[in-house]
Design a protein. Structure first.
Length: 434
């Protein structure tokens, strides 16, 4: 999630400081390698050689849907993947389940969550069922009020008990999990986006579903806080993308006991890059965690339009907190990315969705995938041109055939209000990847 649009969240310009490498605006303009013949400045591409079958999921489109996050997970424990969605129009969490006739039944799993931004599914109390952590914005539009929350919904035999884990903070965009201090309990990493003020926090689980707050960074615009062992020393670290007053990539190195050393890993002088999220994945298969940054958030512009620096950036982990940045895709208005093996050839590909491509031209891409040739050279392929305004994407096997399918959600906040979508799926009908 990619979660919520940085400019919807913040509506301010970007920048950032103190890197391992510094990049000027001109560094983002040229593509890394020639694109397919029908490419037109990152707006459209050749059709995907892997066939995908489009289908809307769940209920009908009513009004202008605001789906902020989708997740693919076997939530009910029946061996079949379900879809969870955060609905900021209905202020609710949705569960979509595949039926015997291949239709998808939608139900409200959790009502009354005020502008949910991101979902994290985990058995936090170790009782054998899945609980849900929700990052609460409180307001989808720019707001510097103390209206954010982290809410934990404890699963008790299919009923959900609400616990307010973090309150009295500004808008929260993401919450992730990990045992940071080695005490056997699940702690939390939190991105407080805010507006003019924000934070990156970690919450120490002191037992009984009670948490103690620790600040890692004081800055507005934190969107995502992936958790992983980024320095391969055996404990869990935190990284964060911050894209409000500044645009920076931060790492927080765990010292093994829940104390962290903050490291500013990257910056850009391009105040309009538009970082929109952060995904941790081993893109090159070398055994360490890399980072994937979708960039194309430009809703601060009256007419949001594709820019030559929009697209997808890969931060290759070279060890010792050295991340080498390389642009691997140029989709206009890129807002979210997901990593997985879409063509079944054993390497990691990337799916991208667009919030603000050039929608006045029919046929421009709303969803593409970047084919990895195994040497981390990426070829973009267009999957679809509708629905428009996609802001969140997830990969998973929805049908049990061994192939990765795609689910995405639409956030309809800008014109044109046509080809309006809500929760959409693209079923992978390529060769068997089992």
């Amino acid at each position: 999630m990619a979660v919520m649009e940085r400019r919807i969240l913040g509506l301010s310009a970007l920048a950032i400081a103190i890197p391992i490498a510094t990049f000027a605006v001109r560094d983002f303009v040229p593509p890394l390698r020639p694109q397919p013949a029908v490419s037109s400045g990152g707006t459209r591409y050749s059709p995907s050689p892997v066939p995908f079958r489009f289908s809307p999921l769940g209920g009908p489109v009513v009004g202008l849907p605001l789906i902020t996050n989708v997740q693919i997970v076997d939530f009910t424990g029946d061996g079949q993947n379900d879809v969870l969605a955060a609905d900021a129009l209905g202020n609710q969490i949705l569960l979509l389940q595949r039926q015997p006739d291949d239709s998808w039944r939608e139900s409200v799993l959790i009502p009354d969550v005020m502008a949910p931004a991101h979902l994290t599914v985990i058995d936090i109390d170790d009782d054998g069922d899945l609980d849900i952590l929700v990052a609460i914005l409180g307001n989808i539009m720019p707001d510097d009020g103390v209206i954010g929350r982290v809410e934990l919904f404890e699963n008790r035999d299919g009923e959900f008990r609400r616990h307010v884990v973090l309150d009295d903070v500004r808008r929260v965009a993401d919450v992730q999990c990990g045992d940071f201090d080695g005490d056997g309990r699940i702690d939390l990493a939190v991105a407080v986006f805010g507006y003019a003020r924000g934070q990156v926090l970690w919450l120490h689980n002191v037992g009984g579903l009670e948490f103690r707050e620790h600040e890692l960074l004081n800055a507005p615009g934190a969107i995502h806080v992936p958790v992983g062992d980024f320095d391969a020393d055996g404990d869990l670290d935190i990284v964060a993308i911050v894209t409000q007053d500044e645009e920076e990539l931060w790492g927080f190195e765990n010292q093994g006991d829940g104390t962290f050393v903050a490291k500013r890993l990257w910056m850009t002088l391009n105040l309009d890059l538009g970082g929109a999220g952060l995904v941790a994945a081993d893109l090159d298969g070398d055994g360490d965690l890399d980072l994937v940054l979708p960039a194309g958030d430009n809703l601060e512009d009256f007419d949001a339009y594709p820019q030559p620096y929009h697209g997808c950036y890969w931060f290759e982990n070279r060890g010792n907190w050295d991340f080498h940045m390389r642009r691997i895709g140029d989709l206009g208005g890129t807002y979210a990315a997901a990593v997985g093996d879409l063509d079944g050839d054993g390497d990691q590909d990337v799916a991208l969705v667009s919030l603000t491509n050039d929608w006045l031209q029919p046929g421009n891409a709303s969803i593409v995938w970047l084919e990895n040739d195994g040497m981390q050279n990426f070829t973009p392929w267009q999957i679809g041109s509708r629905p428009l305004h996609l802001v969140t994407v997830a990969l998973g096997d929805l049908t049990g055939d061994g192939r990765l399918d795609i689910v995405a959600g639409s956030l309809n906040v800008r014109r044109p209000h046509r080809h309006v979508g809500r929760i959409s799926a693209w079923f992978n009908e390529g060769s068997d990847s089992r």
